[in-house]
Unconditional design. Structure first.
Lengths: 504, 200
């Protein structure tokens, strides 16, 4: 009951004209940036963080959350029409959605993605509304031991459950940890890993790191490629919207995708990308039309798109109630919270009740805005796909430079941006995923702090890890998190479930 | 295959970085705490060394396996770990087996995610990438002394002209208008003061 009262209060302030305007602006900006080829939610938020500097915390957060789910949807438009997923989560849409568009069913693909995203997104926010207070109560018994374990779990799951080589994902995490430890040790004030440079004692700024890793390599790569073959944009002007059959075929995948996506989203360290893959594999497995997969099966768009949007809502739960980001994108949001001097977790629900519920309420509104704006406006967004590459990517480079300048106001900050841009490029070249590094960078201070407190309280003993009931359950979850994916991989490979899906 | 070589080089580089990072921890002052300021950096350094060596070692082992499999055609796919999905083009596509949920870019031009084979993005020439980065660093270096407006317009003009020299009028208009609009938006709209440089 309290929850409903709080939510009602949230709606009251989220519906104020200014807040409403920021929610709408957020989803619109998010969609626009998400549609731009090669830019996913992470780059979108990273590039737009500087814009939120001067805003009221609540408005800035409403805006950036809107950008998050707006860009998820924008990415599916790009994936469907030019087969360029802005991020891994829309990779499967780039297969089925693009095939549908080629067969003159582009509008149906976009519609099922939009409606599925809306339904799943809304369900996930309902889940967020009612689960967060429960988790907040639970979090009251959490001590340093539990927080340390949760963060370690998040990092571990980010490597075992990512869509790539586990060794490389772990390397990415360690790179993030290595960068995160540069600077003064907050407990003793001693400089660490500064290689004798005083300028490094403030550490590496998180936004600079995120922008450098996500925006620069992509921009440089595209600019260096020069004009090659033009992307073929699928037209869809005369296509029909969803038919009755499409609705019938989409309903199941929407529902299943929502559930799978939500559960995976809650898990620490696991982003929406895995949710969309799981949903895709599941839909293919239970479909009676297996042969259609890879050639434009609507289930293969409906399920994964629902799953990744449900994953967004799910991922907000550990972020809001425990202050632990589950993915690189929520790590960015956590950073934005701390930038405003707010610390997500149980305390924010107690001390900043109005703020947190306003943000949650704005998510309901943003989701509705997304579907109202996007289906009719899809023709406008598609025009963005025609933007010349050199204009798009050179503008992005300028925007990240402004961002880096606005943070440090120094040549040093700008050089860090450039250097980490090179590092990001080399990482991509070596096949090392970038997202886990971002997550690790955000988590390392918290991880170290809680680890120290745990050992201080216990006097140097590791016993609390297994003697406290809550921490023991987290350890069990952790072990399942390691074994689960191994079994899953084995099962997938044994059945050769996906081996025949190829796009030529 | 080249992917093995990439892994070998990547792994080696990571191990070296780990070693440098670990050596740097020796200059952190020791304290009497249970967890000293050195503890975490040292763990991270060692972790990087171990992971780098693992990746490099894995690449060597896989390279040997592949060479053996090629030497004995028909026996490929005997173990679950080598169940290759056949893609078009020149040979077996990435994925399957232990790496079925891995991004494996073993075959040329294709990339498997979750066993779903996607086209790998085309790779630009190294020379051009270096050149683009060089331009970017020049821009970063001159931004503060020269000022935002002039350096940004020049940078944009440079990038777009390399890409599409024949559209120089459009490039010029874009470079100037974009710089001015962004400058105005940040300075007057968001109160983020950008460097004025020689124009100030």
């Amino acid at each position: 009951m309290d929850t409903l009262i709080d939510l009602g209060g949230g709606f009251a302030s989220a519906l104020e004209p200014v807040s409403l305007a920021f929610a709408l602006l957020g989803v619109l900006l998010g969609t626009v940036v998400g549609v731009l080829p090669g830019i996913g939610p992470i780059s979108a938020i990273a590039i737009l963080i500087p814009v939120s500097f001067g805003m009221e915390p609540v408005h800035g957060l409403i805006l950036l959350c809107g950008i998050y789910y707006g860009s998820m949807y924008g990415g599916s438009i790009t994936a469907t029409l030019i087969k360029t997923p802005g991020e891994v989560a829309s990779a499967v849409t780039a297969i089925e959605g693009y095939e549908m568009a080629r067969r003159g069913r582009g509008k149906a693909a976009l519609a099922t993605a939009a409606i599925g995203s809306f339904l799943a997104g809304t369900l996930a926010i309902i889940g967020l509304t009612f689960l967060s207070p429960v988790l907040v109560k639970l979090a009251n018994v959490f001590g340093a031991t539990e927080y340390f374990l949760l963060m370690a779990t998040a990092l571990l799951l980010a490597s075992t459950m990512s869509a790539g080589s586990r060794a490389k994902a772990l390397i990415s995490i360690f790179i993030g940890l290595a960068v995160g430890l540069i600077g003064l040790d907050f407990q003793t004030g001693l400089p660490r890993q500064t290689f004798g440079m005083d300028l490094l004692s403030d550490g590496i700024d998180f936004t600079i790191f995120a922008m450098a890793l996500f925006a620069i390599p992509e921009a440089i790569r595209n600019l260096a490629l020069g004009r090659g073959a033009k992307d073929e944009i699928q037209s869809f002007g005369n296509d029909k919207w969803m038919t009755k059959e499409d609705w019938q075929r989409s309903a199941g995948p929407w529902a299943r995708g929502s559930v799978v996506g939500f559960i995976i989203g809650i898990l620490p360290g696991v982003g929406p990308s895995l949710a969309s893959f799981m949903s895709y594999i599941m839909e293919k497995r239970i479909s009676k039309r297996k042969d259609e997969f890879g050639h434009g099966a609507i289930e293969g768009v409906a399920g994964p798109e629902a799953a990744n949007n449900a994953g967004v809502g799910g991922a907000m739960i550990p972020l809001f109630s425990l202050g632990i980001p589950g993915s690189a994108t929520t790590a960015l949001l956590l950073f934005v919270f701390t930038m405003y001097g707010l610390q997500p977790g149980p305390l924010i629900f107690r001390d900043e009740t109005g703020l947190i519920w306003t943000i949650i309420a704005s998510m309901y509104i943003g989701n509705i805005a997304l579907i109202i704006l996007n289906l009719p406006l899809v023709g406008v967004f598609v025009k963005l796909l025609k933007m010349p590459k050199e204009i798009l990517f050179s503008s992005i480079l300028v925007l990240v430079v402004i961002g880096a300048y606005a943070i440090e106001f120094s040549l040093f900050g700008l050089m860090m941006l450039g250097i980490f841009g090179v590092i990001g490029y080399l990482m991509e070249k070596g096949g090392i995923p970038l997202a886990p590094a971002i997550l690790a960078l955000v988590l390392v201070p918290l991880l170290e702090d809680n680890f120290r407190r745990m050992l201080q309280i216990s006097g140097g003993s590791f016993a609390p890890l297994v003697t406290r009931p809550v921490s023991l359950s987290i350890i069990i979850l952790m072990v399942l998190g390691i074994i689960g994916p191994i079994i899953f991989r084995w099962w997938v490979s044994r059945r050769k479930l996906l081996a025949d899906v190829t796009v030529s | 295959m080249t992917a093995h070589r990439t892994d070998l080089i990547t792994g080696g580089a990571i191990a070296v970085i780990g070693a440098v990072y670990y050596i740097a921890t020796f200059s952190i002052q020791e304290t009497a705490n249970i967890v000293t300021p050195r503890t975490f950096p040292a763990i991270v350094g060692i972790g990087l060394i171990v992971l780098g060596l693992f990746l490099a070692g894995q690449a060597v082992v896989r390279h040997r396996k592949d060479t053996l499999a090629e030497a004995a055609p028909g026996s490929a796919g005997s173990a679950p770990a080598t169940a290759h999905a056949v893609g078009d083009g020149d040979g077996a596509a990435a994925s399957a087996g232990e790496s079925s949920v891995e991004i494996a870019d073993r075959s040329s031009g294709q990339e498997g995610v979750g066993g779903i084979v996607l086209e790998a993005p085309p790779e630009p020439q190294v020379r051009k990438v270096v050149f683009q980065f060089a331009l970017f660093f020049v821009y970063l270096a001159i931004l503060i002394p020269v000022g935002f407006l002039l350096s940004t317009a020049a940078f944009l003009m440079g990038l777009t002209s390399i890409y599409a020299p024949e559209k120089w009028i459009r490039n010029l208009i874009f470079s100037v208008v974009f710089s001015v609009v962004v400058y105005a938006a940040f300075v007057f709209g968001l109160a983020v003061y950008l460097p004025v440089g020689i124009l100030g």
